[in-house]
Design a binder for this molecule. Structure first.
Ligand code: SF4
Length: 477
């Protein structure tokens, strides 16, 4: 019997109350369908992982006599995984560590430890193959090479042909993961047909989806577990609009009490899709607008401003709630361009909720090719990043200007959403205009010099809250 452990990272538990990542469950489902392999999952909270937690994790791993431990490498878990793997070498009897996940491709081979392997690509097939080879001949599995790194030839249906559907009571009992009735992650496909230069979803070169038959079984499971919320992580629901509509219909039929969150491209909306959305139990529909500044090159923003306007009209007509997402710091953007985007979104597009995120520069994306090109005379567009791989300055904005955009973006969206929640609850019935919000957030803008880049998030949630309270007090008095 081969005993395999898999680390399951999670974070922001208040918002996403589940300790089991989709990736770890998929791996576990695949491995547990193979004879002579048993699987244990080890949840790790990335938001609170102190010394005591590390030692407890080592004890838990030792208690299970793990032979092979799978450690996921996402851009946000690389540091923690590297720390864990050193502790594992020191404190446990684990025989081999296998690192995999989207960031595995960027992992420096010089840093590999003995008895450590890297899997690049979708782990289900390679980890299973790796474990099967280990079962047949432990010493035949070579160290420090990339035998398991070819992922291009497989499609998802190959990967999952012989796996078992997730979230069945059988699977939950087998993995001993307790009750999963509040929130689960889910996926129906991988890859994306679009080519946005900043996107980190492009872990595969093609688009593949699970068969609708397979999905029907999984969605029935989600329905019978009476799961309250499901977050579908597909870059675009279902991968195509026809599959997207069908998946919504399957949820309406088999899991009507489960509220769904999903991503959509506005270009895919048509009358039929709108009907499917209206009938479904939609918790939140997330749509990337990114920027409306035409000076951000098309190869970066990859959106059609004309199509956005058309689709937004349909959403408004049908009173469908949705959340718009913007990116702060795209190359080509400026403070004026960003303010223009905020104005158009708040005064014309009027999404139900609005979020603005700091651009992350992910290795391997077209935007990452612009990094550190400032000194090259031929480079018309360059971008610099900070230690956390976030944009810091670029051809069209300085560090200070970016900071201003981020603070305005946080303050603006924070107020917009606060008002939006009140509209949903019926305590207010109109959203303030761009000019009104700017007036309200004026104190934030005036205090920009006193806030550091790292304090921006804290500033939003703590300081802004009291500012909005004062604003309401003024309104009510
Ligand atoms: S940002 Fe969205 S639409 Fe663009 S490539 Fe990535 S997943 Fe696809």
């Amino acid at each position: 019997m081969l005993v395999v452990g898999i680390i399951s990272y999670y974070c922001r538990f208040d918002e996403f109350p589940v300790r089991y990542s989709l990736g770890s469950l998929r791996l576990a489902a695949k491995l547990s369908s193979i004879e002579n392999i048993s699987v244990s999952l080890f949840p790790v909270n990335c938001d609170h992982f102190g010394e005591g937690d590390v030692l407890q994790l080592m004890d838990d791993i030792n208690a299970k006599n793990i032979d092979i431990l799978g450690l996921p490498l996402y851009s946000w878990t690389v540091e923690i995984s590297i720390m864990i793997r050193r502790m594992i070498k020191k404190h446990t009897t684990v025989k081999r560590i296998v690192l995999g996940g989207p960031s595995a491709i960027n992992y420096n081979p010089d840093e590999w430890l003995a008895d450590e392997h890297i899997i690049v690509g979708e782990g289900e097939i390679f980890l299973a193959e790796y474990c099967q080879k280990t079962l047949s001949d432990y010493f035949a599995v070579p160290h420090r090479n990339k035998d398991y790194s070819e992922c291009e030839n497989y499609s998802i249906s190959d990967v999952f042909d012989d796996t078992r559907p997730l979230y069945s009571t059988e699977m939950i009992d087998k993995l001993k993961i307790g009750k999963l009735d509040d929130f689960v992650w889910y996926e129906t496909m991988r890859g994306c047909m679009y080519r946005c230069a900043y996107c980190g979803h492009k872990s595969r070169s093609d688009v593949s989806g699970f068969s609708l038959m397979f999905l029907e079984e999984e969605i029935k499971n989600i329905g019978s577990l009476k799961t309250k919320r499901v977050f579908i992580v597909d870059p675009i629901l279902g991968g195509t609009k026809d599959r997207g509509k069908e998946i919504l219909r399957l949820f309406t039929k088999y899991a009507p009490d489960t509220a769904i969150t999903f991503y959509l491209r506005l270009e895919t909306l048509d009358d039929e899709y709108i009907e499917a959305i209206k009938e479904a139990n939609v918790y939140e529909m997330r749509i990337g607008i990114q920027t409306l500044n035409k000076n951000v090159p098309q190869f970066i923003r990859n959106n059609s401003l004309e199509k956005i306007n058309k689709a937004v009209k349909i959403l408004k007509e049908h009173k469908i709630p949705w959340r718009a997402e913007l990116i702060v710091g795209l190359p080509g953007d400026t403070i004026e361009g960003f303010m223009y985007t905020l104005k158009c979104v708040s005064d014309e597009i009027k999404p139900t909720f609005l979020y603005a995120y700091h651009l992350s520069i992910i290795d391997g994306t077209p935007i990452s090719e612009l990094v550190n090109k400032k000194s090259e005379a031929s480079s018309k567009l360059w971008i610099n990043k900070d230690a956390k791989n976030r944009a810091s300055s670029c051809t069209t904005y300085s560090c200070e200007e970016l900071k201003k955009m981020l603070i305005i973006g946080n303050a603006f969206t924070s107020f917009y959403n606060r008002n939006a929640y009140r509209m949903v609850r019926g305590t207010v019935n109109a959203s303030p205009s761009f000019d009104e919000i700017l007036e309200i957030i004026k104190p934030v803008i005036e205090n920009i010099d006193y806030v550091s880049m790292d304090e921006i998030d804290g500033y939003t949630y703590v300081e802004l809250e009291s500012m909005w309270n004062k604003y309401e007090f003024r309104l009510n008095s």
